[in-house]
Design a protein around this ligand. Structure first.
Ligand code: FAD
Length: 499
């Protein structure tokens, strides 16, 4: 086909996962002609089953999908139960610990991604986006230094061009087009893990009221997730150091059972369970889950959201949150430019700075969380002794964080050493809070909110939740950046606060 008779849209979104479906809905709801190109036919398998409240009650409400998600009957997740850090007993973190997430939004869901992602993509279509499945983007189209469209192969194998004012890459970690944004993807020197996972029937459940919680258990060689996906099906995954990759790839099934055998809590929970061996859930899968971040998220006509832009270790279920949050931010920027409220540069700076901020906050949170294991004999910290620090394990860890982070991303405020100090202090604060939770003997996770790193990680999510629930009423959103911008009452634009 030639470029002259190409179709024209306002926005073309590549990828129909949570990031793509969210931004497509955000722009379609404000009347933008929006097209989604998805290479697969939904439902399709994806990992990332444990969600956070701001996604299901915040972003999903803003895009009109919250009721469909709520009506589906996914397992309710009140929080997470962790065998993590020096405490010998599991401890529990509940979302309702935050006053803003208490009451009707004090929970999230565990979802079969085949179903959740389809709900979101159907919603994008319902609110006005056109969705084309089995259409794989191959490269972006550029004119005069601006991305002005995308080439794709349609379901019949024909190559087509579609033009757009904005092309969004939401095609995940395997994106074929993210490089067109310029810059480079930097992999974290710290989170370099590999995940090995499968599905089981009739695994045990935590005691009520925590039976829907994600259960994360650290052991010598890494940690396990144990996610109750339905009343009888459990997603079980081990996250271990990348040095085990060769052994894992040799015989993933045997390795999964070996690791389960090394982790008494998970072995006990699976003692009466059988592994599912047929259908989409029948395979044991392996994913390198190295964390990475791209050095720039946009250029004129083009932006990255979700795993195409950045990814962090899955221990705190932040993947879908970051993808949908980033998509909401980018969607607001597109709408604001196209409605003549902001210039492109300021609108997209708002998107990029806020998105990086959220990534950085979670990155440090997760580092602090991992650092809580420093006084155990576990894999993380034994491996970290490569730093040969003469001091305590905590000092070795701080050295390592400082060393790797000084070359890592532009994540670091004040340099690697400053970050290492922050992580060390935050980690000790977290460990202290956990001690109080366990020591209180009550069903309360309130001390955790007192840990600044937890408070910080929840802040932006809480703003999205408040915007989704209250609109203008009771919403007291403050700007994050010197630009002074906040979200509009419908949550779909950037505006300057009145007065
Ligand atoms: P995706 O969900 O990957 O969607 C991208 C879409 O783009 C896909 O549908 C794909 O088919 C399509 N696509 C790809 N190429 C093209 C193309 N060329 N043209 C058109 N379409 C294309 N996150 C959580 O929130 N909770 C968890 O518990 C969690 N656990 C995880 C465990 C592991 C081991 C890993 C590796 C990740 C985990 N994540 C978790 C992260 C989560 O999987 C991702 O962050 C999330 O799926 C990102 O969403 P996305 O929309 O950016 O990308």
């Amino acid at each position: 086909m030639n470029a002259e008779n190409a179709e024209q849209f306002d926005v073309v979104v590549v990828g129909g996962g949570p990031g793509g479906a969210t931004i497509a809905a955000v722009t379609a709801l404000r009347g933008r002609r929006t097209l989604v190109l998805e290479s697969e036919a939904f439902p399709r398998y994806q990992i990332g089953e444990s969600l956070l409240p701001s996604t299901v009650h915040g972003v999903c409400r803003l895009i009109g999908a919250a009721d469909a998600v709520a009506d589906h009957g996914f397992v309710r997740k009140r929080g997470g139960t962790f065998k993590w850090g020096s405490n010998p007993d599991p401890w529990t973190f509940t979302f309702s610990v935050s006053p803003k997430m208490a009451g009707p939004t004090g929970y999230s869901y565990h979802v079969e991604r085949m179903e959740f992602d389809k709900i979101l993509l159907d919603n994008a279509s319902r609110v006005g986006a056109e969705v084309r499945q089995r259409c794989a983007a191959t490269r972006v189209h550029e004119e005069d230094g601006r991305v002005s469209g995308v080439w794709y192969q349609d379901a019949d194998g024909d190559e087509r061009l579609v033009r757009a004012r904005y092309v969004i890459d939401a095609s995940g970690h395997k994106s074929r087009i993210y490089r067109a944004v310029g810059g480079s993807r930097t992999y974290s020197g710290f989170f370099r893990n590999i995940a090995l996972f499968g599905y089981f029937r009739n695994g045990k459940r935590l005691q009520e009221p925590d039976s829907g919680n994600i259960f994360c258990v650290a052991f010598d060689r890494g940690w396990f997730w144990y996610i109750p996906l339905t009343a009888t099906m459990t997603s079980v995954g081990a996250v271990v150091d990348h040095e085990l990759a060769t052994e894992i790839q040799g015989d993933p099934e045997e390795m999964l059972y070996t690791l389960i055998g090394e982790c008494p809590h998970i072995a006990d929970f699976l003692s009466d369970a059988t592994r599912i061996t047929d259908g989409e859930y029948g395979r044991i899968r392996v994913r390198k889950d190295y964390s990475y971040c791209h050095s720039q998220f946009w250029r004129p006509g083009f932006a990255l959201v979700g795993d195409a832009a950045c990814f962090i270790d899955p221990v705190f279920s932040s993947g879908v949150h970051l993808a949908t949050h980033g998509a909401l931010l980018a969607g607001r920027s597109i709408n604001s430019v196209m409605e003549g409220i902001l210039g492109e540069e300021s609108a997209f700076q708002e998107f990029e700075t806020r998105y990086r901020h959220e990534y950085r906050v979670f990155y440090e949170y997760l580092m602090s969380f991992y650092a809580m294991n420093v006084d155990t004999e576990s894999y993380f910290w034994a491996a970290k002794q490569v730093t040969h620090s003469g001091g305590s394990e905590l000092e070795a860890f701080v050295d390592l964080v400082g060393g790797v982070s000084s070359g890592d991303f532009d994540l670091v405020e004040g340099g690697g050493e400053a970050m290492a100090q922050r992580v060390s202090t935050q980690s000790q604060g977290l460990a202290h809070a956990v001690q109080q939770v366990v020591g209180s003997g009550r069903d309360t996770a309130a001390p955790l909110l007192g840990a600044p790193v937890v408070h910080q990680a929840m802040q932006e999510s809480e703003k999205v939740l408040a915007r989704a629930l209250f609109g203008e009423k009771f919403n007291t959103e403050q700007p994050l950046l010197p630009s002074g911008l906040i979200s509009s009452p419908d949550g779909l634009l950037w505006i300057r606060p009145a007065g």
